[in-house]
Design a protein around this ligand. Sequence first.
Ligand SMILES: C[S@@+](CC[C@H](N)C(=O)[O-])C[C@H]1O[C@@H](n2cnc3c(N)ncnc32)[C@H](O)[C@@H]1O
Length: 418
Amino acid sequence: MQPEVDNFLKFLPDRLADCAKKAGGKRALALATHISEAQLFRYISGKSEIPVNRLVAIALAAKVSPAWLLTGDAAVADGEPNRPPFREALLVNITQVLEELLIEYEKNFTPAQRAQAINFMYKALRHEEILRDIHLTITKPLMLGFVNFLVDIKNEDILIALNHAVDFFEYSHQNTDFNLHAGEFSAFVNHIIRAYAYYYDSASGRAYYDRTGSQILPHNAKQLDNIISTTQKSLGKMKLDVLDIGCGSARDMSYLHRHYDNISIHGTDQSNFALKICQDLIQREQLPQNSVVKSDLRIIPFPKERFDLLISRMSFYCLPYLPNSGLGVETLINEAWRSLKPNGLFYIVSRVGDGREYLPFCQYYNQVSFKNLIEQHGFELVWYEEENLKRALQTSCSHITVEDKYYETFRALIRKII
Ligand SMILES: C[S@@+](CC[C@H](N)C(=O)[O-])C[C@H]1O[C@@H](n2cnc3c(N)ncnc32)[C@H](O)[C@@H]1O
């Protein structure tokens, strides 16, 4: 076990003893929590492991933050000024649903793993609440999605690294010079990418591909037609080499293949489910042979200046943006530049907003931050526009109970400059 995790558990009995004092003694605490005094003694002396629901009950009786009792995180106890106010109902909600899910799926978690997982989920989701100005209700399907995203949730090192990243990005006053922390942040980026690989290979990924299918929506088809004609006019030729980055179930690719004789189409994705769907499309001749390659978004496994047009529909937000680090989305943009012909175009559809969410990961952009990012990497903005996807597509996502702002997307066309 990690020394850090050892420490974390070592001091839990001390914090429990503090709680007994705050509640007016062990007997008073026992009465308030409906836990027998003998059992309380076993928790305080470290002889028995304490279930998380009892831990929360003790925190409430002692009027301390359950997050502090769980983790010993001083920042939570001190109410560090730029941390959002503690929301007990969210922590209880996360804890209960996670416990139910772990029992249902017979997942064995040690108390330290549970505590780290709850710590991360609380921080990530509380941050999301503040970002979107909402209160989340965590349901089992939603929790299953989170657990699928964090399938390495049992790996304490990863959870600790993710916890550190949230603290650093959201609550530290340190100068965010990512070069100073390059090793740490490259590990963070790698964890996010692995988390997405697991997510899209899990039941949640399968549900996503089943829901979206392999047919492009008429609304998106029209937009794609416009992009193709703009690219043909801009480059002064009809024959185009196109690459779809993070192609998923190849909706855009198969549309282009079926409707345009003069387009040679390729795609990349890292999800095994997505690749299987693409293989089936190839067998049914809805995609060309050898058109899809397994690859991380950060790598375009083709020679330089190979493509006229790149497409990234709803995959761009899966990579973190750490300005001037050369990591995450900056690696993708550099690769895009390398693989495009001179004056080649890149069409991006992604999510509008500020900052980032962690569960699942989502990097937001607005026109200013997006323009900054691409201009620093050898591109110019041809156009940028925002649209509300829910209104535009008239879809409903029943598992998400948030307001329309969640569906705010931007579409942008950028051009490689030399
Ligand atoms: C929301 S889906 C969009 C799929 C497709 N572009 C579409 O519009 O149907 C996001 C896709 O990005 C892929 N993805 C996410 N992170 C990735 C990474 N680091 N490397 C490769 N693919 C990634 C996922 O596997 C998934 O297929």
